[in-house]
Write a protein that binds this ligand. Structure first.
Ligand code: HEM
Length: 267
């Protein structure tokens, strides 16, 4: 096989840009400290998976809009499988002891996962939007532009409600025309629709269950991340300037799709 631009033979290395990829891990500690490479690799791998998750979440929205239920479900299954890998990766970082982390922590300065724009993009596409999160990034830069676009775009939940309406369910008009920037709030009328789905509609019940999996998967990552933070830095403040584990605990237990949880006691 030849590369049409350069006429050079395509190889594993040239297709995947392996030289460039392997040049991207640049420890800042003197030595450098042994564990810093792991820390950088894990975070870079996370960013790549975040990129793939966003790619798939956008796809789910498009498939729901096209009423393609089987492929939407299939894509959600892929997203959940990626989420499991994201959670499992924390185990690797937990092999780093608090003292090993302290050998290079000060070199991070104010850098923190808190500044991951792709994580914020995932939150936005799932309905947890914040103008302040957009404003933290330089206007005109990649991160700011991407976040600003996602801020005004409908969420996965909006795509799902419109899909249910086209499936013949009485989704209230105010939900279908809701301001997509606002948080997703509980709606008794939507819960009635979902209860109906769970009683009579096996196809869409499966779709609902995959959305619950997605919600639970994100919450699982948050929980495992905060426990990892507690065991690695205890009650120290974060490099990003927050109270650290204390701040992260405030993000736990918040359901992304509240109605899908609210109906459980009534099924
Ligand atoms: C030793 C490892 C880690 C420690 C000690 C740590 C610590 C923290 C702390 C203290 C915060 C709160 C913000 C701050 O003040 O900095 C935070 C936020 C965050 N971290 Fe980590 N982290 C670690 C690894 C990771 C990894 C591997 C990721 C994957 C990308 C990650 C992603 C995030 C994200 C997305 C937030 C923002 C969460 C939110 O605001 O809801 N962290 N981290």
């Amino acid at each position: 096989m030849t590369d049409t631009n350069t006429n050079a033979a395509m190889t594993y290395g040239s297709y995947l840009k392996v030289d460039e990829l392997l040049g991207l891990q640049q420890p800042r500690s003197d030595g450098p400290e042994h564990d810093e490479l792991l820390f950088i690799v894990i975070h870079q791998v996370y960013e790549l998976w975040f990129k793939e998750l966003l790619h798939e979440l956008d796809h789910v929205k498009r498939l729901l809009t096209a009423d393609d239920t089987p492929r939407a479900q299939h894509t959600l299954k892929r997203i959940l499988t990626i989420l499991k890998v994201l959670v499992a990766q924390l185990d690797i970082l937990e092999t780093m002891t608090p003292r090993e982390f302290l050998t290079f922590r000060e070199r991070l300065q104010a850098a923190s996962g808190f500044q991951s724009d792709q994580f914020r993009q995932i939150e936005f596409v799932l309905g947890r939007k914040s103008e302040a999160a957009v404003a933290r990034f330089r206007a005109g830069g990649r991160a700011h532009t991407a976040l600003q676009r996602r801020y005004t775009e409908p969420t996965v939940w909006d795509a799902f409600l419109h899909y249910l309406a086209r499936e013949g369910y009485a989704v209230p008009a105010d939900q279908l025309s809701r301001d997509v920037v606002s948080p997703i709030e509980s709606s008794e009328a939507v819960q009635q629709v979902l209860i109906d789905v769970y009683h009579h509609d096996a196809k869409n019940l499966e779709l609902c269950e995959r959305l619950v999996d997605l919600d639970e998967g994100i919450q699982e990552w948050r929980y495992r991340h905060v426990k990892m933070v507690e065991r690695t830095i205890g009650a120290r403040p974060g490099t990003g300037g927050s109270a650290g584990a204390g701040y992260l605990r405030t993000t736990l237990g918040q359901n992304i799709f509240p109605d899908l949880w609210a109906i459980r006691t009534r099924l």
